[in-house]
Design a protein around this ligand. Structure first.
Ligand code: UDX
Length: 442
């Protein structure tokens, strides 16, 4: 860990390329800290949407932070890449690195944005890679910069983010740690200036070499996914021998060496990051000559979590054909409208294939689901539950706890709840007359 040496106290001109779930909160946070931030994206509709004061996706508190940046003048969003790069002290690359069919990361957008920086830079630029990338990618960024603009010098920095969807604003303004992988002290010093406000507020600043920083992101996400799969494997054993997985992980979590977070068994992990990062990390390891079989097992256990819930539903309703099933929660986790790799949607598709009639409800993701899937989604949860033979909790939105389960009991054809996220209180559900089927408990 490096002791910060805060020498400069001036706002910087910062460009941000890519205004998605990472780039937009990053831009808004940097503007909030007083920097002059200019962001861009290849999706021109996104730029129009943002400049009209709307967000292209749901993220709590982000609209306010973006609005403040735009109205106070610290944040500009433009399609003019020259305005983003020319004169910038620092340019953040926050473009997507989606998975290819073999699990490797598709880095074409990153190469394109690197060339954009090279083409429009007017002086020395610190180029910061915030996109999640295989270790070694920053070397390619550096090579591309010098190949396409040999006249200028650049510093390349790896600055992985650890922000979660649903709490991206809080994670940006108050990160658990700031990780910078650098090759020069001057680049480290520039990054301290970028994050000066957060460092002064007590955020640890962790300086290391570039490859270690790149690797740390994959290592972190893969480890968190491993914790979840460990809990889901435990859930299978608990069901078989009559133990309670929540009691077991609560006891495990009481040991500070283990920690209680990311040990909730259920339908498994989803989202844009964990599945692709795990696959990519396995590729990184394979290319380095290490067979990271543990990660394959983590992914296999995650897939089995859905199989198990399908079995629970079948046990509850017998044949799926012709059964009306209400699915509460469609996003990959609560607090977001994101349905990418959503376990709940994967479950819905499995049940649909077997003839069930699925009626979905989600507090935030309904529009997204209607646009991107063929699932039936209703805007009123009670409508989904009416005459249902079974209700499944697919995402642990806390508001489901406060539903009037006595009313729901009377409206359903059969009062059966398959709680795939262990969200509800078992004794209350049983007292209300439900057949209640959680995960990892007999
Ligand atoms: C993750 C990382 O946490 C974040 O640091 C990184 O920058 C991006 O990827 P995110 O994808 O937003 O963030 O979701 P996260 O809150 O980590 O949850 C991932 C998935 O794991 C969700 O589907 C969630 O429902 C599931 N999960 C989480 C469990 O099944 N059990 C748990 O105990 C915790």
């Amino acid at each position: 860990m490096d002791t910060p040496n805060l020498t400069r106290n001036r706002p910087m001109k910062i460009g941000v390329i890519g205004l998605g779930h990472v780039g937009l909160p990053t831009s808004a946070a940097l503007a909030h800290w007083g920097h002059k931030v200019v962001g861009t994206d290849t999706d021109l509709e996104k730029i129009t949407t943002l400049n009209e004061g709307r967000l292209p996706f749901f993220e709590p508190q982000l609209a306010e932070l973006v609005h403040r940046g735009l109205t106070e003048g610290n944040l500009t969003i433009t399609e003019d890449v020259n305005e983003v790069v020319a004169g910038a002290d620092v340019v953040f690359l926050c473009v997507g690195t989606p998975p290819k069919d073999d699990g490797d990361a598709d880095l074409r957008a990153l190469e394109q944005s690197t060339r954009t920086v090279a083409a429009h830079a007017t002086g020395h630029v610190v180029v910061v890679c915030k996109s999640t990338v295989p270790a070694g990618t920053c070397d390619n960024i550096a090579r591309t910069l010098s190949r396409f603009n040999g006249g200028l010098t650049f510093d390349v920095v790896s600055n992985p983010e650890f922000m979660r969807e649903g709490s991206a604003v809080e994670d940006s303004l108050k990160p658990s740690r700031i990780v910078v992988g650098v090759a020069t002290e001057s680049a480290a010093s520039a990054m301290r200036d970028v994050y000066r406000k957060a460092i002064e507020a007590g955020t640890p600043f962790m300086q290391t070499d570039i490859r270690s920083a790149e690797l740390a992101k994959h290592a972190s996400n893969a480890f968190l996914a491993t914790k979840i799969s460990y809990a889901n494997a435990l859930a299978r054993i608990c069901e078989a021998i009559g133990a309670d997985v929540t009691a077991v992980v609560d006891i495990m979590g009481g040991d500070p060496r283990i920690g209680r977070s990311f040990l909730d068994a259920g339908l498994g992990y989803g989202g844009f990051c964990f599945p692709k990062d795990l696959a990519c990390f396995e590729q990184v390891a394979a290319k380095a000559g290490y067979d990271f079989g543990l990660l394959r097992e983590v992914a296999a256990i995650n897939a089995e979590a859905i199989d198990t819930v399908v079995e629970h539903v079948k046990e509850a309703v017998w044949n799926l054909d012709g059964k009306r099933i209400a699915l509460l929660g469609l996003s990959f986790k609560p607090g977001t409208s994101d349905i990418r790799s959503s376990p709940s949607i994967a479950l819905a598709n499995r049940l649909l294939e077997q003839g069930a009639d699925i009626i979905g409800y989600d507090p935030a993701a309904a529009t997204n689901v209607r646009t991107n899937t063929r699932l039936t989604v209703v805007d009123d949860a009670y409508e989904a539950l009416k005459d249902a033979h079974c209700v499944i909790i697919g995402t642990d939105w806390p508001q489901f706890i406060d539903f009037d389960w006595n009313v729901i009991h009377d409206r359903m054809a059969h009062p059966v709840v398959v709680d795939a996220r262990n969200l509800l209180d078992a004794s209350m559900m049983v007292a209300a007359g439900f057949t209640y089927i959680p995960v990892g408990k007999r």
